[in-house]
Write a protein that binds this ligand. Structure first.
Ligand SMILES: [Zn+2]
Length: 256
């Protein structure tokens, strides 16, 4: 025999019209408050942004984003692009040495100084750096290029031309590839020297400076020529050598 009590105990209280109506009202009230809070939040953000922009405050103007490089500067406060040029071996050792005493370091310093003058004429800020310059630790710039020269020993009859490489463990491979491409194109055009595509060594791709500078600083190393077969050109036409490097740096910096 079933009693009326047992029927009542199996019914779902939520099915009651009164309960359903109460839940609906609670939901309506909740969404009203949510909408009011959202409007208030939008108002606060709007006022905050308006005040910041009226004061000329920019969100991290020097923030680096790998896909686009350094953020654009606020109008009226232009920041000249900054680049570092390392004169290979300068302040450390002589690098490769020719039989008559000419050293790689003499060539790299001479070229680096010319590159600095050319880039400064283009309104870039240039740091002339030594091989193990203390400023290289955490160095932040739009680009860094280190200049070296290949051996003064006779290797073979095709040991002529230049090489360009970036870090094998690049933090910004897209930017560094563009820097490398700019240098290859500009240096080849200015000097007429050939690019040694297949003789890039781990000495170049794991060059110590790559791990010293700030990871977001695009960096490359250039072997500007072979000191044996290209000596006449490197010492006789240093302005063309420097123009090739400077054009490559400018090509990269101006494309950002
Ligand atoms: Zn060197």
């Amino acid at each position: 025999m079933s009693a009326p009590v047992s029927t009542a105990s199996t019914a779902n209280p939520a099915d009651s019209p009164v309960v359903r109506r109460g839940a609906l009202l609670a939901l309506v009230r909740l969404s009203r408050w949510t909408a009011i809070l959202a409007v208030l939040a939008l108002l606060v953000v709007g006022v905050y942004t308006a005040v910041r922009s009226s004061l000329g405050v920019q969100a991290r103007p020097d923030a680096y984003r790998p896909e686009v490089g350094f953020a654009a500067q606020p109008a009226g406060r232009p920041r000249p692009p900054r680049v570092g040029i390392v004169a290979g071996h300068w302040g450390y050792d002589s690098g490769t040495v020719c039989a008559d005493g000419l050293t790689e370091q003499e060539i790299t310093l001479d070229i680096a100084r010319r590159v600095k003058r050319l880039l400064e004429a283009r309104k870039l800020q240039v740091d002339l750096l030594q091989e193990f310059d203390p400023r290289l630790t955490g160095y932040v710039a739009d680009a860094l290029v280190s200049l070296h020269v290949d051996s003064c020993e006779y290797i073979n009859d095709i040991a002529t031309g230049f090489k360009v490489a970036r870090s094998v463990a690049s933090y910004t491979p897209e930017a560094e590839d563009r820097l490398v491409d700019c240098l290859i194109e500009s240096y080849g055009a200015a000097t007429g020297l050939g690019f040694h595509e297949n003789s890039i060594t781990p000495d170049m791709t794991s060059y110590h400076t790559f791990s010293e500078v700030a990871p977001e600083t695009p960096a490359a190393i250039v072997e500007v020529g072979f000191l044996h077969l290209d000596r006449g050109f490197l010492t006789g036409q240093p302005d063309r050598v420097a123009r090739g490097v400077a054009d490559g740096v400018a090509c990269f910096v101006e494309s950002r």
